[in-house]
Design a binder for this molecule. Structure first.
Ligand SMILES: *Cc1c(COP(=O)(O)O)cnc(C)c1O
Length: 470
């Protein structure tokens, strides 16, 4: 019979098993396919009825390692370019183990002054890295979706107060619909946040001037001028199809002129601010009321990691603070500043990776990835049967296969869909398709610290091989 109490001695031994698996696994990243479909059958080993007596600590961990190290998708390796998925830097990965080792309950200062202090320091460093005013409030969240929820909840509270209502306490009943304006780059996670906040996913007024979704500032200004009360503007810093940016400074001007709240979703694009060369892309972000970014994308810390910054920290407290709790900035209880209550000490990997690599390390990382994206774009440009569909401002390359003689839109879309599916079925590298300006396109994103030019060249070689076979 197994009982954790009788297996106390196994705690270290089980961790040692994991440590022993690290070297071969990490060594295989970039050597093996991103996804080895021949290992998919191992997933069946996860099945079975709930064990009656339990198989014991070592058996369970051994099984999980045996399946996991073979059947995992190597999203944290250097050749996974689908969506925007980062890796884990050496310091961040080790610190994530520390987080599990210490198992802090980090919602309250009382239960972990360590986690609270690390979170405050990590947030201070992040604000510094992104050039945001030190006075901004902040909180770590599980993801950018949660960070959007945090920022937009503060926007909703602010908006309610402008109508003389306390939405946190009384809800939205009796109020008009909160006006939300955005360009076409608005990410589905902002809509998801709005849906959770009772504002409604489909209530966003989209002001776009083309099919790509570039914001139409004049149209947005007309909308703002026609409104009676205050509005919320959602700007996007780094759009997922091409890595393009809304003109944040122009949005901040509009917000200033019309007394609107500006929320900026910079899930990965905010990292442009870490590079002197690319900082201009997010100019004006330091004037936003709330800002969102991800840790598990370009900061390259393990999942789950995001962060939200809000100009008025007290508003965070009014949006998320507990009943009767008093706001004590010196002893912040972070569960009063965001949607979670109990939470892991996700500050530790952020603290460690920033301590380890610093401002210059991240500037180099971001610029290297931009260079690699340009390198890939150049190969696309040179190939007569490939078509670059958008400029490459950051780390995403949007293009499609367009062999001579294929002119019909449907035929091209189908060809590119099949090419995307072939890449995933092959598994050596990962990239997928999207719809951009109404056409099917590939959009590899480069945000993993391990990726080098050799990986990009390998991606290109595999892509060519599969395209030629179609
Ligand atoms: C990835 C992404 C999100 C959502 O982030 P999650 O961490 O997946 O919740 C939001 N906005 C943008 C622009 C993104 O790229």
């Amino acid at each position: 019979m197994s009982d954790p109490l009788s297996e106390r001695e196994q705690a270290t031994a089980a961790l040692n098993l994991v440590a022993a698996a690290a070297e071969p696994y990490l060594g295989s990243l970039g050597e093996r396919p991103v996804h080895d479909h021949s290992a998919d059958h191992l997933l069946d080993l996860l099945e079975g009825p709930l064990s009656e007596e339990g198989e014991g600590t070592m058996a369970a961990v051994e099984q999980l390692l045996a399946v996991g190290t073979e059947a995992s998708t190597q999203t944290s390796g250097p050749r996974f370019f689908h969506f925007v998925v980062g890796g884990a830097t050496p310091a961040a990965q080790a610190a994530d183990w520390v987080t599990s080792l210490l198992d802090q309950s980090s919602g309250l200062h009382l239960t972990s002054p360590l986690a609270a202090r690390a979170e405050r320091v990590a947030l201070d460093w992040l604000k510094d890295l992104f050039g945001l005013p030190p006075a901004y409030g902040g909180v770590l969240t599980p993801s950018a979706t949660f960070a959007n929820l945090t920022g937009l909840a503060c926007a909703r509270q602010w908006w309610g107060e402008r109508h003389g209502a306390d939405v946190t306490s009384q809800g939205l009943a009796g109020l008009p619909r909160m006006p939300v304006l955005a360009g076409g780059y608005i990410h589905p996670s902002s809509r998801k946040a709005l849906q959770m906040l009772g504002v409604g996913r489909d209530g966003v007024t989209v002001c776009a001037r083309d099919e790509a979704g570039r914001v139409d500032l004049e149209a947005m200004e007309r909308e703002l001028a026609a409104l009676e009360g205050p509005a919320v503007i959602v700007g996007n810093a780094g759009e997922v199809n091409t890595g393009d940016f809304d003109p944040i400074a122009d949005l901040a001007d509009l917000a200033g002129r019309y007394g609107a709240w500006l929320h900026v979703d910079g899930a990965f694009g905010l990292f442009a601010a870490a590079s002197p060369r690319l900082r201009h892309l997010v100019e004006g972000v330091e004037r936003a009321d709330s800002i969102t970014a991800d840790g598990h994308k370009w900061l390259n810390v393990p999942y789950e990691s995001g962060f939200a910054f809000v100009r008025d920290q007290d508003l965070m407290f009014r949006s998320f603070g507990a009943w009767g709790a008093h706001y004590l900035p010196s002893d912040v209880n972070y569960n009063n500043l965001g949607p979670e209550s109990s939470r892991r000490a996700r500050a530790l990997p952020i603290w460690a990776t920033l301590r380890a690599y610093g401002r210059q390390g991240y500037a180099r990382l971001v610029e290297r990835h931009h260079d690699l994206a340009l390198h890939l774009a150049e190969a696309v440009d040179k190939a007569p049967d490939m078509e670059l569909l958008a400029p490459v401002p950051l780390c995403v390359v949007c293009f499609r296969y367009r062999p001579e003689g294929t002119k019909e839109k449907e035929e091209l879309d189908d060809l590119n869909r099949r090419l995307g599916a072939a890449l995933l079925a092959d598994g050596r590298v990962y990239a997928g398709t999207t719809t951009y300006r109404g056409v099917t396109a590939l959009r590899p994103a480069i945000v993993n610290w391990r990726t080098t030019e050799a990986d990009i060249d390998y991606f290109w070689q595999v892509l060519r091989e599969l395209a030629d076979r179609l």
